[in-house]
Design a protein around this ligand. Structure first.
Ligand SMILES: *Cc1c(COP(=O)(O)O)cnc(C)c1O
Length: 468
């Protein structure tokens, strides 16, 4: 399998190089040159497989011959064995023909574990093979950081530095990062906000001299391997509910458009999906595109669903590439204009094409809390605020009552107690593997909002705590 850039100028790469590269050298994002396609019979034959075996069948074409079948199977089995529910991604019924797929049974209680648990293992596999080491530098406002650290904690060849804004993440979120102790794990609290953290990560990619030749890897959702891992659970859910012989609808709490893009790919790979609902919070740039062909940058509005607080959606470019007949020059033009003007719209026909599949809704904090309360009263399920936005959008945008509607449950409600409390619902308890989270030892370094200080820290600790 070869991967090409959405802006058409970077060299095509194989899976291993795409995993290690992150962003393409022309500023674009990597996508598969040709998507694998499965027949309905083939998909139906996977019925009843354990999650890791289904994952092997869905992802096998994407990794190609960069990794042996035996190694890939072993990695997948190990990846999903660490989930606290033996079904890995269980479905919970809310109403007739309506479900939530619980994607929060991984070690950090959010769906990002599905991809980052795999990414850490794959990275280590390829780095061992090459005899190389790598450094990860990432910024987080919450969920990504802990999932990335958990995914890399056992990596022999990776040191991971996660920057979070000092005193601006929740206690649960901070402790999920800072209580994972290891000589290759480095939590840095920046005396600044999330944007400051992100700017420092970007600047470090642009000028890597301080790394003295050590490879720098991106783990944000532009990394293709993360999208790939998320395709699997769409197949998993459909197979539980009578697919692929009947079609399904999915509603996806959306920020950077990674998770829902995986659903779009599952459909293009042959899974019958009749509707995908883009559910956003007040930060609704995607809803404004889907409902009115206006992808216009707005200011950031902090919300009760912070993991979806974005101004632009980094994976949207991957959809634009397909909408424009995979013409990289056209996408480059659009993205260059967007960078200058902060606005983007597409030709009417292309927009109509997007609307054939996607519906959308923006849900504010008030409606989010109302939905948490409503669902709790209906069936006793406590939703986290992100999932609640998905359920609300599913209920309002649904095209057919006879098609199963599945909302992706992206986080465990215990991670976002404020919203649950505001909804007037009893706060959930930490699951057993995290029950002692507030007694554990924390390790974290507070640094000033200064690129020089951060880079000095990384070069002084980037080799299992020792200098690079
Ligand atoms: C990251 C995240 C999202 C948004 O996912 P995208 O792939 O960025 O669209 C939604 N909910 C939760 C809980 C998240 O952590």
């Amino acid at each position: 399998m070869r991967y090409i850039s959405t802006r058409g100028q970077a060299p095509a790469l194989n899976f291993e190089d795409v995993l290690l590269a992150g962003l393409a050298s022309d500023g674009g994002l990597y996508v598969p040159e040709n998507l694998p396609r499965f027949t309905v019979e083939e998909i139906a034959s996977w019925n009843g497989l354990p999650y890791h075996e289904l994952a092997f069948r869905v992802m096998r074409p994407f990794v190609g011959d960069s990794i042996s079948d035996a190694d890939f199977k072993a990695i997948l089995e190990d990846t999903y064995a660490g989930f606290a529910h033996s079904a890995v991604a269980p479905l919970r019924q809310l109403d007739s023909n309506e479900w939530v797929m619980e994607l929060f049974h991984g070690p950090t209680l959010a769906f990002k574990d599905f991809a980052l648990q795999l990414l850490g293992r794959l990275l280590d596999h390829f780095l061992t093979k090459r005899g190389e080491r790598a450094v990860i530098i990432g910024a987080t406002s919450g969920d990504t950081g802990s999932a990335a650290i958990e995914g890399c904690r056992r990596c022999e060849n990776v040191d991971i530095f996660i920057l979070h804004p000092h005193q601006r993440v929740s206690d649960v979120q901070r402790r999920q990062m800072t209580t994972i102790l290891g000589e290759n794990i480095h939590n840095i609290a920046i005396e600044g906000n999330f944007d400051d953290c992100q700017e420092m990560v970007k600047a470090s990619f642009a000028d890597q001299g301080f790394l003295k030749g050590t490879r720098l890897v991106a783990v944000n959702s532009i990394n293709w391997a993360r999208i790939m891992a998320q395709i699997v659970y769409y197949f998993h859910a459909a197979l539980q509910l009578g697919g692929p012989l009947r079609s399904m609808a999915f509603s996806v709490p959306t920020g950077n458009f990674g998770d829902i893009f995986a659903g779009y790919l599952a459909r293009n790979m042959g899974l019958p999906i009749s509707q995908l609902v883009v559910a956003t919070n007040r930060n609704d740039i995607l809803h404004r595109f889907m409902s009115g062909n206006q992808y216009d940058k707005d200011t950031l509005h902090p919300s009760l669903s912070p993991s979806m607080d974005i101004m632009v959606s980094s994976n949207f470019e991957r959809l634009l590439f397909d909408l424009h007949g995979r013409n990289g020059a056209l996408v480059k033009q659009l993205m260059d204009d967007f960078r200058q003007n902060g606005k983007l719209s597409v030709e009417q026909e292309r927009w109509t094409e997007a609307r054939r599949l996607f519906d959308s809704l923006a849900v504010d904090d008030e409606a989010t809390c109302a939905t948490i309360a409503e669902v709790y009263a209906q069936c006793g399920e406590i939703l986290d605020p992100h999932t609640a936005i998905g359920v609300r959008a599913a209920r309002e945008c649904r095209r057919s009552m006879s098609t199963p509607m599945i909302t992706l449950g992206t986080a465990h409600p215990v991670k976002f107690p404020d919203a649950v409390r505001k909804a007037g619902v009893q706060e959930p308890q930490l699951p057993p593997h995290l029950a002692d989270l507030f007694e554990r030892e924390e390790r974290c370094t507070v640094l000033p909002n200064s690129l020089k200080d951060i880079q000095q820290f990384v070069s002084a600790h980037g080799n299992r705590g020792k200098p690079l």
